[in-house]
Design a protein around this ligand. Sequence first.
Ligand code: G3P
Length: 214
Amino acid sequence: MKFYIDTADIGEIREANRRGWVDGVTTNPSLVAKTGKPHHEVIKEICREVSGLVSAEVLSTESEAMFQEGLELAKLADNVVVKIPMIEEGLITVKKLTAEHIKTNVTLVFSPIQALMAAKAGATIVSPFVGRIDDTGANGMSLVSQIIQIYDNYDLTTQVLVASVRHPIHVLESALLGAHIATMPYSVMKGLTRHPLTDKGLAQFLKDAQKMSQ
Ligand code: G3P
């Protein structure tokens, strides 16, 4: 299972990458806006830092404009994946970019049928937003499970990227379901290494070690 970091903050990406945790990066317009830097500059800097795929989202909503934006984003680096919103015009764009051998990530997916439509359009990656579904009182992970089942039924090769991950349980459930990728904020990533019994056990070992004869 691949771990992507869900941020446009180059400092966080570097820190996580140095620890060997970054298989790729996902950004969105909200995350890039937080950096205060121009979109293309941010994406180029991230692509230089990591060797894995970096999702960069288009800002248009009409297919020809999205296609042109996608072509520009893909020119920034070899590891760019063009992130396209899950709307009708978006799927037309996915089909066109796929014909140009440009990778796509269909984002803002909230139903299994949307994920099927994205795969049929040729999406490289599909991004169900589990945390935002949980926020509505429904179960985000059951969406992931249904998408994986549908893709398995028809041998669809689109990769399932679990997005809007809020805590380690989302990561655990993604792994148990066999999702290809989970993208998460650095704060969640850091939490994955921790267990209170590890800290307690280590403290005890170090305390006992002081009693050893040298
Ligand atoms: O990048 C898309 C997604 O992961 C956003 O997550 O926490 O804003 O719902 P969140």
